[in-house]
Design a protein around this ligand. Structure first.
Ligand SMILES: [Zn+2]
Length: 475
């Protein structure tokens, strides 16, 4: 492939500018100064020392010009985003040769004119030889400069190829993510794709909802590759793997650790501030290398999940405002558990096909154990919100637990309301109270009273406000 002539012309222009503005003026001065030291009159006897001094300045001039010329070529190629290759090296060397010939010519002229007729044939041949040897050294040093630029370019290209592997597989994960099948529950869901790669080969791909209600990483590892050794593999996933799933489901992070993958490359971290980074940290703690998609592809994932991100940010903002307000440590109690958000239950709870609603309880600060909902039924006007008596055990690494609930509209109908919010609005109920009990690591039991409020200013917005936390009588 021939080099873009425009780039070569630009390289010449860059060099000419530098040559005319910096190099030539400086050396014209030095040459003139050197000459005036001994050319007071043409009758002065020829001195070999004088000639050598003059040649030294000329050679220095040629060296600086040749180096600047090679630099200009390298800079122009780099700026144009082209690769410095063998062809560029040959172009650079030809330029050098041409330039050194010109300088040899002018150096000979300088010396000959300075000493006029005083130089005989033998001396002339000597000067010639001397110049040739010196210019050859310049040629070699430019060659070594260009070779080092070529080596640099090769190494850069190598680094790019190893990253471009990431690019290829990250792109594949995004294409997979676009196939996600969202739950039909009226709220935005993330678009997630996963690609499992080992030794440069794709072992499997999957997307969210490929198996209804299941995460992409689960489908990729457990359904598609249950008997394949994925130890040592790299998993590309567009969204940070989850750390919490309603039992008996296993969080994707735990599956990745269990299957001993070596590296996880993540598109975007979880947009929910409360859990953002937890998956990455848990992987790191397990000795799994994590990195992020190349920037442009990460932006694409961001764009793909914009609606979901906005939804999460709103949720997160609501709960953050609440917890900040809620936990005044005045009474000396540690806030251990706080009801954080509502959402439809995972699809695995199929018995209420229109979806569940539930309460997610998140650990704040110290972990709590044996969390359960004290209020199993909450009256909402004529309807009832019924928790299913879930009892959950928290461990330090667990983020939160999901307590499924159904809205019972009448004694004989178990139809699920599509949203708790709708039901509350219909019944004209602005808030309901839910009590949780749990114990801390020292087996002290506590009760947290949370208030679920209808946020009339937001569409579909439910808010949980912490009301009170109290120790229970230790019996
Ligand atoms: Zn997951």
């Amino acid at each position: 492939m021939a080099f873009d002539p425009e780039v070569l012309q630009c390289a010449r222009t860059l060099f000419e500018h530098r040559f005319e503005e910096e190099i030539r003026p400086a050396y014209n001065n030095r040459l003139w100064e050197t000459k005036t030291k001994f050319t007071i009159g043409p009758e002065l006897p020829f001195s070999g020392m004088d000639a050598q001094r003059l040649i030294a300045v000329e050679v220095q001039f040629a060296r600086e010009a040749a180096t600047a010329q090679a630099d200009s070529l390298v800079a122009a190629i780099k700026t144009a985003g082209l690769k410095f290759d063998n062809e560029a090296l040959i172009i650079g060397l030809n330029n050098t040769k041409e330039l050194l010939n010109k300088h040899k010519h002018s150096a000979t002229n300088t010396v000959l004119s300075a000493f006029a007729q005083q130089i005989d044939q033998a001396a002339k041949a000597g000067i010639d030889q001397d110049l040739d040897a010196k210019l050859a050294r310049i040629h070699d040093s430019v060659l070594s400069l260009l070779k080092s630029k070529l080596a640099e370019a090769i190494l850069l290209a190598k680094a790019e190829t190893s990253n471009s592997g990431d690019k290829v597989f990250a792109r594949m994960a995004i294409d997979e993510a676009r196939k996600s099948v969202p739950e039909n529950d009226g709220r935005p869901h993330p678009w997630v794709g996963a690609v499992v790669v080992k030794d440069g080969k794709v072992l499997g791909t999957a997307h969210r909802g490929e198996v209804p209600g299941n995460h992409a990483e689960f489908v990729a590892l457990e359904r598609n590759l249950p008997n394949v050794a994925v130890a040592g593999a790299t998993v590309y996933t567009t969204l940070e793997p989850c750390t919490t799933r309603t039992p008996p489901k296993i969080p994707c992070v735990d599956r990745l650790i269990e299957r001993r993958v070596t590296r996880v490359v993540i598109g975007i971290l979880d947009p929910d501030d409360r859990i953002r980074g937890k998956g990455q940290r848990k992987l790191s703690n397990a000795g799994i290398e994590t990195s992020l998609f190349p920037h442009d592809l990460a932006m694409e994932v961001e764009e793909l999940n914009r609606e979901f991100t906005r939804f999460c940010e709103k949720q997160s903002l609501t709960s953050q405002t609440d917890t900040a307000k809620s936990f005044a440590p005045a009474d000396g109690l540690k806030p251990l558990v706080v009801p954080l958000r509502y959402g439809p239950s995972p699809l695995q709870a199929r018995k209420h096909s229109m979806g569940h609603h539930g309460l997610i309880v998140a650990n704040h600060g110290e972990p709590a154990y044996d969390v359960s909902i004290l209020t199993s039924e909450v009256q909402i006007g004529a309807s009832k919100l019924c928790f299913e008596g879930s009892k959950s055990t928290f461990t330090k690494s667990d983020g939160d637990a999901f307590f499924a609930a159904v809205v019972e509209r009448s004694p004989h109908s178990h139809i699920m309301g599509s949203a708790l919010f709708d039901e509350m609005r219909k019944q004209g109920v602005d808030d309901i109270t839910v009590e949780l009990i749990y114990k801390d690591a020292e087996n002290r039991w506590y009760k947290t009273i949370g208030k679920i409020e209808r946020n009339v200013s937001e569409v579909g917005g439910l808010m949980v406000r912490y009301v009170r936390q109290e120790p229970m009588s230790q019996s």
